[in-house]
Design a protein around this ligand. Structure first.
Ligand code: HEC
Length: 164
């Protein structure tokens, strides 16, 4: 009996710790808890969150809010490309309902998979064009335009597949 209580306490501690970690991971999402099956929701939300951070860094450089540093710009563009590839990993299984972490994914992702994949392909094309543009190592029109195109691909998928 006593051992069972100790075990339950240990499980509760682990759950509590992972909840705190999940909340820290993305403060601007509505993460409220984390059960064993929430991995895919947390995974994609974390990847998207990181994509936002990288895109903002690139935007800040093209709008000269921060200093444009060619090497950092290029590395950030490459990281964004890698994250974009990862962003489709956690949609393979239908993972919207029955999880503790609220998700803004809409049913259309699984009902209209071709359309969703086309939206994801747009992102891949846009980030790949961005990486190419970043190789010029100078802040020119095509670099700024490439950043805008990436942002546009984010928005168009959100319009169709992310709950408002
Ligand atoms: C192919 C579709 C698609 C593309 C392209 C896309 N997103 Fe998303 N994004 C989603 C979906 C779906 C969600 C909701 C995920 C969930 O809550 O389960 C989301 C959620 C997010 C979130 C909220 C994450 C969180 O913490 O809950 C951010 C931030 C975000 N996207 C940024 C971006 C940025 C930046 C880009 C472009 C560089 C981008 N997204 C491109 C579909 C997309």
């Amino acid at each position: 009996m006593k051992q069972k209580k100790i075990f339950a306490f240990a499980v509760a501690m682990v759950l509590l710790m992972s909840t705190t970690r999940a909340q820290k991971l993305s403060e601007n999402t509505q993460v409220q808890g984390m059960g064993a099956d929430d991995t895919s929701v947390l995974y994609r939300q974390s990847v998207f969150f990181m994509m936002q951070v990288h895109l903002n860094q690139l935007k800040d450089m093209t709008t000269q809010k921060t200093l444009y540093q060619p090497d950092i710009f290029k590395a950030t563009a490459q990281q964004l490309q890698q994250l974009s590839r990862m962003s489709n990993n956690a949609f393979e299984v239908h993972s919207k309902q029955g999880y503790d972490i609220p998700s803004n994914a809409v049913e259309g992702i699984w009902d209209e998979q071709e359309k969703y994949n086309a939206a994801h392909d747009k992102l891949l094309q846009a980030t790949s064009a961005l990486v190419k543009a970043s190789e010029s190592q100078e802040l020119n029109e095509s670099v700024s335009e490439a950043v805008l195109q990436v942002a546009q691909s984010c928005k168009s998928c959100h319009d169709d597949f992310r709950a408002k």
